[in-house]
Design a protein around this ligand. Structure first.
Ligand code: NAD
Length: 474
């Protein structure tokens, strides 16, 4: 059992002022794996006061000092590799391979990338008649979801630290233990007192408390659109700045000249990775009408490459995070059937032999119309939809018929068509073929997928204010 009934405030683990606790469930076993404290408004006030106290000195540290701090964090992070992988496997139900290749490495990459981006970052620009100075935005409140416990926390914290902003982090209740390891990493790396504060708790108390707190200058939130709207509303009371990373329903356009098996593997991989609980997952696969049959055959052929089962064994798809998420996914599958889409594979219920744990069947719908609920709403599970098109213009139109704009994917060979699709999709991040991840590239969404950008130098920008000085003596 992992219990942490304290919060981390002003460089120390301190008792919660409340007595409410939360049991964290391992989604593969459905058993309690640990307990955390649910913080109170008073705990949050203490954390904000600590960050506010740390602000004057931390914001004045040199770029070099902060680069070295981020490098020390990356080094300490590496030392906790096994713990991080094991913790994420247990709290999220992520298969060990994914915990290592995706979750562990994303956290590491954000800290090391922030150090690199900071080295080249310019905080002052002489523009002839005036000077523009970038200064820390102040105290930042960070609110993160459960689906990437080290990725979202690390990108926000690394950028804030690079910009000289002390933070209060409220991680998701369902996956708090990775954030507790991060806290220990910051202690080991000598992050100054008050620069990092962790308050566990509910969205209602700590989340709302952060977005409406008069002494918090900036809120960075990743999560659902519904909560994103609430953050905007609360932030408006104090004209607080905010960044929102929200949901998606991203398209994958398969071009006519694509390798059909590679395209099918990519499509399945999108719903396999993190059991489809990925904001940027492609869950609308747009396939040329004449390729439909061969694409469906290829999906069925590659599916066994992605075994579902115990995340501690050699599987690639684990359980969903909770019973609630499992129920949501089931109701979307029912909805798809009711709407008249055809089940190519999967369906409701649990995969054979996996009665314990929140496992869902990888499900592929075909004969899907883009206006169906299963093609418009974020399901956040191992469910995808195949939609056919006749011309590339039609595919781009379908791709853009969504309230979201987080990501887009295109697979094929003809450079002109790849370019046309990549530039035609209205989304914040487009991936052409199987390109490697790049942690210096900005990440964020158009439309209802969010406001602002994270990662690398764009991420650092979020935590800065812009000051103009006229007549600055050179
Ligand atoms: P959620 O919005 O329910 O919760 C996210 C966080 O917000 C949690 O820490 C939660 O406790 C907190 N919260 C809840 N109510 C709050 C309130 N009133 N005020 C402030 N904070 C509050 O989302 P979730 O179910 O945890 O995560 C899934 C969603 O996150 C999906 O929609 C997914 O697409 C999105 N997401 C987006 C990205 C991205 O980068 N764009 C990444 C991952 C997940």
């Amino acid at each position: 059992m992992r219990n942490q009934l304290k919060h981390f405030i002003h460089g120390e683990w301190v008792e919660s002022t409340g007595s409410e606790t939360y049991d964290v469930i391992n989604p593969a076993t459905e058993e309690v794996m640990g307990t955390i404290s649910m913080g109170t408004k008073e705990d949050l006030d203490k954390a904000v006061a600590a960050a506010k106290q740390a602000l004057p000195s931390f914001s004045q540290t040199s770029k070099q000092e902060r680069v070295e701090m981020l490098e020390r964090i990356a080094e300490e992070y590496e030392k906790r590799k096994d713990d991080i992988i094991e913790t994420i496997t247990d709290e999220l139900g992520s298969p060990q391979k994914i915990s290592e290749k995706v979750h562990y490495s994303m956290g590491y990459n954000h800290f090391s990338q922030a150090a690199e981006s900071l080295k080249d970052f310019s905080f002052m620009e002489d523009r002839g008649g005036h000077t523009v100075v970038k200064e820390t935005i102040g105290v930042s409140g960070l609110i993160t979801p459960w689906n990437f416990p080290t990725n979202q926390t690390s990108t926000k914290i690394a950028s804030a630290f690079a910009a000289g902003s002390p933070v209060i982090l409220k991680p998701a209740e369902m996956t708090p233990f990775a954030a507790i390891i991060l806290t220990e990493i910051f202690e080991a790396a000598g992050v100054p007192k008050g620069v990092f504060n962790l308050v566990n708790g509910s969205g209602e108390v700590i989340g709302n408390g952060i977005s409406s707190h008069p002494d918090i200058d900036f809120v960075s939130f990743t999560g659902s659109g519904a909560v994103g709207k609430k953050i905007m509303e609360n932030a408006s009371e104090t004209i607080k700045n905010f960044a929102l990373e929200l949901g998606g329903k991203s398209p994958l356009i398969v071009l006519e000249d694509a390798d059909v098996e590679a395209a099918a593997r990519a499509a399945v991989n999108h719903i396999a990775t993190n059991t489809g609980q990925v904001c940027s997952a492609a869950t609308r696969v747009l396939v040329p009408s004449k390729m439909k049959k061969s694409f469906e055959e290829a999906v069925l052929k590659v599916l066994p490459e992605f075994p579902v089962g115990d995340p501690r064994e050699d599987n690639l798809i684990g359980p969903l995070i909770s019973k609630k998420q499992w129920d949501t996914v089931q109701s979307y599958i029912e909805k798809g059937v009711d709407e008249g889409a055809s089940l190519l594979t999967g369906g409701t219920g649990k995969p054979e032999g996996l009665e314990q744990g929140y496992y869902a069947k990888p499900t592929v719908f075909t004969d899907v119309q883009n206006n169906m609920v299963i093609a418009q709403e974020e399901i956040f599970g191992p469910v995808t939809t195949i939609i056919t098109y006749d011309t590339l213009d039609e595919a781009i139109n379908i791709a853009n018929e969504t309230i979201y704009g987080l990501a887009g994917y295109v697979i094929g060979n003809d450079p002109e068509n790849l370019r046309k699709a990549a530039t035609g999709i209205r989304a914040g991040r487009i991936k052409v073929n199987d390109t490697e991840a790049d942690f210096s590239a900005p990440f964020g969404g158009y439309k209802q997928s969010g406001i602002g950008r994270e990662w690398g130098d764009y991420g650092i920008e979020e935590y800065l204010e812009t000051k103009t000085i006229l007549g600055f003596p050179s």
